[in-house]
Ligand binder design. Structure first.
Ligand code: F0G
Length: 528
């Protein structure tokens, strides 16, 4: 029990144990570019090539000299870091810069409003809150409109200028009635009772299977991994997970979640029943290329289905570009190439340049609820240090007409070609290579049947990828990981500083690993 945990293990004792068991309990003393340094017994620095890349937060590598120099400049200049509830011209400049870029990439020719936060999950929590505020406002407006219709019909029947035909009574299960006030009141009661039940339904979110949107209370409901999500399901609005690669599945689920409100209108002296789509589906949330879910790009036809269904539902499309954005895939947003049009976007990770913690929710102006920012804030959001670092990051990305994006695409193609050559030479070991730009994944075939018992056991426990990660670290001084949701897939998210040597370093390490696997682990993986 924890009482025995010794005092040096008070931060996440179990994580320490897991890392040690896979031999991943490395300690780093310095970092630059794509390299982390361990310190050997004799004090020498041991370089470790980092392909985990902060899980996507290091587009500019560790401690990029330009960003570090700028951070020093800011600190030496004593810029106000915490000056909440005052004018922040640099935050306005950042919001404008982000709006211009997102407007260019999104396909909607309108500005986007920015709501700043600190972490990726927090930006997604803000997105969920904004979408819910929007849903409640739309639902309220609809209920008011329906109420007006009921009042109009009631007055028309009372003053004899309209009657209620039998089929209206039949439609609400009242059977045949005389169109008098008593029947009218009963009809209105039926309608208002039905509407109250529909309007009272909790909001539902739609998101693809394999999604990862964070681990906070609302966002963990949108994260598909049951291990992360199940203990907390009672805490917040639930999501329906839409299977990928099944055209029509989204429409089927949306239809199951739809709700109609009933109303009355008077046409040519006759009272008629009306039906109105009630906004129960709060939003559709997706990553254009899933990161934690194992580097899976959304199919184009799925994107079209999302646009269609969300337009019918009036639900905003929330595009989570926290891992795929910031130029990593060769465009500022990964969704651009898919024709994905977001009503909201969330960004984080590399927006902080590897030094600051900053995230942002961008909402297109025609969907933006202005009063949101008056009731949603956070002490550290929009701080004077992170804003300026983020502005510098955008400057670096957009410089020379987007040279950085072209570099990410070019390096990504080279890396993907190398991974593809490994897959082609070891089709019995490597199942798939996926991704775009500097967001790539390599999936191994299932090793549950491996001739080496410990490997087979690890594979059955969903730990095979961690075993390989341990081998890569100890055997090749190379750092990368699978994710809990995709345990057989290694992710590669290096920075823009990636060199050919670093690509061939990875190639050597992967080919060695494939030889060991193909050889039935006669030569064992480098174990702790
Ligand atoms: N959304 C996406 C698409 C992410 O990949 C992550 C984090 C988050 C939100 C949450 O951001 O950690 O700053 O709160 N992804 C990491 C991963 C954890 O392993 O892919 P956060």
């Amino acid at each position: 029990s924890h009482s025995q945990a010794d005092e040096t293990q008070l931060a996440e004792p179990h994580l320490g144990a897991v890392l040690a068991s896979a031999g991943l309990d490395a300690e780093y003393v310095r970092a630059e570019g794509n390299t982390l340094y361990q310190r050997a017994e004799d004090g020498r620095e041991i370089p470790v090539l980092d392909y985990a890349g902060g899980y996507g937060s290091l587009m500019w590598g560790h401690n990029h000299p330009t960003i570090v120099a700028y951070a020093k400049e800011l600190l030496d200049a004593g810029v106000p870091v915490h000056s909440q509830f005052s004018l922040h011209p640099e935050a306005a400049e950042l919001a404008l810069a982000l709006s211009r870029i997102v407007r260019r990439e999104s396909g909607y020719d309108e500005p986007y409003f920015a709501v700043f936060a600190n972490t990726g999950a927090e930006a997604n929590e803000a997105a969920v809150k904004h979408a819910e505020m929007d849903r409640v406002i739309r639902l309220g407006a609809l209920l008011a409109a329906v109420d007006d219709g009921l009042t109009e019909a009631r007055e028309a029947v009372r003053d004899g200028s309209a009657i209620i035909p039998d089929e209206v009574f039949a439609r609400v299960g009242m059977g045949s009635r005389v169109s008098d006030t008593a029947a009218l009141n009963e009809l209105v009661h039926h309608i208002t009772t039905h509407n109250a039940a529909q309007a009272g339904r909790p909001p539902v979110f739609l998101t693809p299977e394999g999604s990862f949107h964070g681990k906070l209370v609302s966002t963990v409901q949108l994260t598909h991994n049951e291990g992360y999500r199940n203990p907390f399901k009672a805490l917040a609005a639930q999501a329906r997970f839409v299977p990928l690669g099944q055209p029509g599945a989204l429409r089927k689920i949306a239809d199951e979640e739809r709700a109609q409100l009933l109303g009355l209108e008077v046409v040519d002296g006759l009272v008629r029943l009306t039906e109105h789509e009630a906004p129960v589906v709060c939003a559709f949330v997706l990553e254009p290329i899933q990161g934690e879910g194992g580097i899976r790009e959304m199919p184009r036809e799925f994107v079209e289905e999302i646009h269609e269904v969300c337009a019918e539902l009036g639900a905003p499309v929330i595009v989570d570009e926290i891992q795929s954005g910031m130029g990593r895939t060769g465009d500022f947003l990964a969704g651009t190439r898919l024709g994905l049009r977001g009503d909201y976007y969330t960004l984080a990770k590399s927006l902080g340049g590897g030094l600051a913690k900053i995230s942002v929710l961008m909402v297109r102006s025609s969907r933006y609820q202005g009063q949101f920012e008056l009731i949603h804030s956070s002490t550290f959001a929009k701080d004077g240090f992170s804003n300026r670092i983020a502005l510098k990051v955008l400057e670096l990305l957009e410089a020379d007409d987007g040279a950085a994006y072209r570099r990410a695409a070019e390096l990504g193609d080279r890396l993907l070609a190398m991974l593809g050559s490994v897959r082609d030479d070891y089709p019995d070991v490597v199942k798939d290579v996926r991704g775009r730009g500097l967001l790539l994944g390599l999936e191994f075939h299932d090793q549950s049947g491996a001739p080496a018992a410990p490997v087979a056991e690890a594979a059955r426990a969903g730990l095979f990828g961690y075993l390989v990660a341990g081998h890569l670290l100890r055997g090749h001084r190379l750092r990368t990981f699978p994710t809990a949701s995709a345990p057989d897939t290694l992710r590669f998210e290096p920075s823009l500083l990636l060199s050919d040597d670093e690509i061939s370093w990875l190639e050597t390490a992967l080919r060695d690993t494939c030889d060991i696997i193909r050889g039935g682990y006669q030569r064992p993986l480098a174990l702790p």
